[in-house]
Design a protein around this ligand. Sequence first.
Ligand SMILES: [Zn+2]
Length: 313
Amino acid sequence: MKRLLVLGTIICLGLLLITVALTAQQAGQGAGAQGRGGGGAGLGPIGTIQKVTDRLYMIPGAGGNTAVFITGNGVVIVDTKLANNGPAILDQVKTVSNKPITHIINTHTHGDHTGSNQFFPASVEIVTHENTKTNMERMDVFKDPANKNGLPDRTFKDRLTLLSGPDAIDLYYFGPAHTNGDAFVVFRALRAMHAGDVFATKGQPLIDTGNGGSGVAYPETIAKATAAIKNVDTVITGHTTTGPLKWQDLVDYGEFNRLFLEHARKSLQAGKTSEQAMSDLKLPEKFKDYNIQGGRGGPGGNFNVIYQELQKK
Ligand SMILES: [Zn+2]
């Protein structure tokens, strides 16, 4: 089980050992597979807080990117990295604000985004999509009574606005992609967003079917998001550590995922293995900086996951 907990993080980040990732898939990525994240092999230590725009920062490393939003009355953080990073997150926040942390938003269930929730006092309101709450309740770490304060206090189904005026944060849900509880978090006045692991990096989609993710729905979910969300220029991704990306990068990522799924369907129909699908994949020039090879899910990449999903239909 301990190995599975670590593997949950690997599925989430998807950059790591091929054989280990394959083992995770063979193990079914089932309920409870996402956990503490353990040592987070290869995830690196917590980075230095970076300014994104006025009142908004990001802290890279030690799991997913943490967004830090300074409001009139406090600080809202989005995602809490792997376990045991609470003090380090707080240290980084203190370099930009003395205000107390009032809210945590988790973009999804994975242990490299929820791992340090329980460090923060019970008075901090934790907000997630309703399916993410259900997924988190299945994680061993949150079954421990000592960590119950790390579970969500408030959930939403399709949309929720937290705070108001210049502090308004719009949370959106558009359907399954990385998991079945992926929240898009928009800092309205700043024209900025945290996209979580729906857009983890410029690379293959990370699909956690054990937590309700779907490679088939993935492109449609991004298309719905980019059609419905207005007035965003800057996008903090789940794991790009060098800084935020642009809105157009998310739009392009939707197109990439549409092409990726189309190629999976055609390759499956043509009787090709997922490894052949991966080696045949040709992409437009605009995706030349994407990290397609050498990564996620073994030689067949995430075509393995999409194939399994297509074969079930
Ligand atoms: Zn994830």
